[in-house]
Design a protein around this ligand. Sequence first.
Ligand code: ADA
Length: 558
Amino acid sequence: MIRTFTTHNVRKQQELTGSLWEFTPCQGEYEGRTFQVATPCCWENLPDFSDYRGEGIFRTKFYAGGTIRLEFKGVSHTACVTLDGKEIDSHYNAYTAFSVIVKDLGEGEHTLAIRADNRFGIGSALHIPNDYMSYGGVSRPVVLEQLGGLYIRQLHITPHLANGKWMAKAEITAVNLSEKDQAVDVGISVADRAHRWEAVTIRADEEVTLCQDFSFDQVETWEIGKPHLYAARAELEQGGRKVDDLIDRFGFREIRTDKNRILLNGRAVRIKGFCRHEDHPQFGCALPYAAVAADIELIRHLGANSIRAVHYPDDEIFLDLCDEQGILVWEENHARGLSLENMQNPNFEPQAEAVIREMIPLHYNHPCIYIWGILNECASHSEYGKECYGKQYDIIRSLDASRPRSSASCQFKTDICLGLPEVVSYNIYPLWYHDTPPAEYLDDLYRWVQDETEGSGKPFLITEIGAGAIYGCRNNHHAKWTEEYQAQALEKQLAAVLEHEGCSGVYVWQFCDVRISDEWFGGRPRTMNNKGIVDEYRRRKLSYDVVKRIFESYPDYF
Ligand code: ADA
């Protein structure tokens, strides 16, 4: 499955994954041997490759000709793509899509090969040994599209309120792939409104962006638990014949901050959420639709209204499901706990900024995304770090003026970046990494932010709080790692945050136990991050009912 709805009626689209491909490891015991594997796929879930860190080539054949577009929703973590043996594209980072257009392809059968590489090294500043797993494989769908001389590259819809009236700004970018100027009619429909541009000239090998504002008298807004989605359709016509189209969805919802609150459609929202990695013992990071849907079902059952997608952009299926179920999403670029030294890798800035530039245009229309995050627990206490944070916040603003920005910090009373974003966010672990009582620790931090920093007066989120528990570890003395201890700790932690008048909400770290890099075995029993309130098989720990009871006792709004 590519998306949960049809994005094209005119453009021919075919998912190439969702079938058996050939897989050939390039190193190790099985080097050069070819296996048949179902894709999307993380090779760690193949019987003989659970610990394979290296390169692997995935191959498939398809029939096409003329001008095609290949979209790779995610290859972990570095991809080199060849078509009939000739390199056509490459990409770094497992969590953002990339695409390539091939012109003048001879009609017939072609061989697509993707060399995926999950090795660590100086060339990889974001995928490093870490407290989550960098898998290897073609982990998200690959899509083949048949194009003509013109196609719609992007369709953005920005809903906004103007003097109490709902508006929607549509921006369409159409591309002329041919070698001669072309005239084209462009049609757009947004909800029940339509507009048409006649005979737009697009120069050879160039693109044009057309904008149109629409106003609406009566709309159904997108709300927590009560989402209403509308379709936006763009079409290109020549000589009365439709030559391309692009369909997307959007919601009438406005996010803004007002003093120390985050407003959804004018109401101050209380975030009650979970941090969720894309991780599963049977699928790695390549969770199929049903597994993603099952996770979201549990999170809703727990009384949550938000999910923090950690620590990278998620697959669009996840965002589609959150759009459809009215769940707010914090999405962030790919980074976790990068030290000053890590950030001084010359690849860090280009790679981290590339994730933003890819994530936002692709995920722009999803109403569920209410905030863009960057650089989870990176070096925001350093001057160099502050430069990087500032540049990345600026890139976000240049791509999207409609959503607030933030970054989950762990720099306790030393963060110097709190003046940059709209929302201040902190990850804290009282009763786990230290035994300070949660309310005392939180208030100490909150007072410092208000009295000593430029984050004063801004909305304040706790973006991580929790404790570890090994599923099935129960005993009477309730020591750390028992389910009893985790339940007791979360009871106190969540009460402290949700009762604090300055907090706009909380994310439990984390939804489920996840695999981590082998190098992180110390302090991580089972070489897993065991702070889930369900284990990796989504089996409930004692804390499940505690969190559910607490979340359900607080309304979604202040
Ligand atoms: C940090 C980090 C998480 C996880 C957590 C933990 O807050 O952001 O990814 O590593 O610590 O489990 O300690």
